[in-house]
Design a binder for this molecule. Structure first.
Ligand code: PBG
Length: 323
């Protein structure tokens, strides 16, 4: 045999020499859940190790991440039911929990990268990402709400706006609103290929944001489709997105690879709540080795072509020095 691939695996030094893919702190984005009040820290029952923080605790959590070299955060609010309405007006109210949180984080940690989620669901009394009329999700009317929300985030200091709603034309609309108001430097990370996935369940527990009726299949993508992701990606790129995102990550590695091969933009992948819950549950049962399985998951997402990974594992991998 002339070719013996095992020769390149014979020692730790050689294995490391030929290693093709790495994950580093710089690639990781940590999603954080926030809740109103003071001195609040409650664990999400379906996501062991992940908490909802009041703003005071949020600042301490951001600080401890910054000290580990984890500097990018995606914030998500848990909104009291009494503040929700059909038009999600709480999403751009100046003194809202979310806008306060963005301002406080940027004030205390100006060098942190704050990513904000643009979609109506956490603020909507219908639990949908768009305006609901007679059981339908209105596209173009929703864009106006998303534009107001994105502008409020930019004013509060967001570095990157991440529309996760899947309405048509929202990237272009948000880009135009931001530019018209002097925020041409604020980036857009578009959830381009966001699938109607069962893996978002624990996230909806964390935010109490599940749809009150029906499902999200008229706007989020059919999990059976790959080519359709190219249509979404092309549109987002033409409309001015700075990053394209694929979500969820692990069940959609083929889509990450497909987009990577078809765009020059950086690809982000969202290793979602259900992926986290599944792994933590198996670890708690003693069925999987924690360090090995988590680093394998993150490495695989990078290998498929993701530049950045949004993951609930971000802090623990750095704290435990697993990378
Ligand atoms: C809201 C949004 C969702 C997630 C991120 N932004 C849920 C949904 O679309 O229902 C899911 C993230 C996760 O599961 O970790 N538009």
């Amino acid at each position: 045999m002339l070719q013996r691939p095992r020769r390149n695996r014979k020692s730790e030094v050689i294995r490391q020499m030929v290693q093709e893919t790495y994950v580093s702190a710089a690639n990781l984005i940590f999603p954080l859940f926030i809740v109103d009040g003071e001195n609040q820290k409650s664990e999400v029952s379906s996501m062991p190790g992940i908490f909802r923080y009041s703003v005071d605790h949020l600042l301490r959590e951001v600080e401890s991440c910054m000290n580990l070299g984890l500097k990018s955060f995606d914030l998500f609010p848990n909104i009291d039911e009494s503040l929700k309405d059909k038009m999600a007006t709480e999403s751009y109210r100046e003194e809202s929990l979310y806008l306060r949180a963005i301002r406080e984080v940027k004030k205390e940690f100006p060098e942190a990268c704050v990513i904000t989620d643009v979609a109506m669901d956490p603020y909507s009394s219908d639990g949908h990402d768009g305006i609901v009329e007679n059981g339908e999700i209105l596209n173009d009317a929703t864009l106006e709400v998303l534009g107001q929300m994105a502008l409020a985030h930019a004013r509060a200091g967001a570095d990157i706006i991440a529309p996760s709603d899947m309405m048509d034309g929202r990237v272009g609309y948000i880009r135009q609103v931001l530019d018209q108001h002097g925020y041409s430097g604020v980036s857009i990370m578009s959830y381009s290929a966001k699938y109607a996935s069962a893996f978002y369940g624990p996230f909806r527990d964390a935010l109490n944001s599940a749809p009150k009726f029906g499902d999200k299949k008229t706007y989020q993508m059919n999990p059976a489709n790959q080519r359709e992701a190219l249509i979404e990606a092309d549109l987002d790129e033409q409309e001015g997105a700075d990053f394209l995102m694929v979500k969820p990550a692990l069940p959609y590695l083929d889509v990450i690879k497909l987009l990577k091969d078809n765009t020059e933009l950086p690809i982000a992948a969202y290793n979602v709540s259900g992926e986290y819950a599944m792994i933590k549950a198996a670890i708690q049962k003693g069925w999987l080795n924690e360090q090995r399985v988590i680093t394998e998951v993150l490495t695989s997402i990078r290998r498929a072509g993701a530049t950045a990974i949004l993951t609930y594992h971000a802090k623990e991998v750095l704290q435990n020095k697993w990378l």
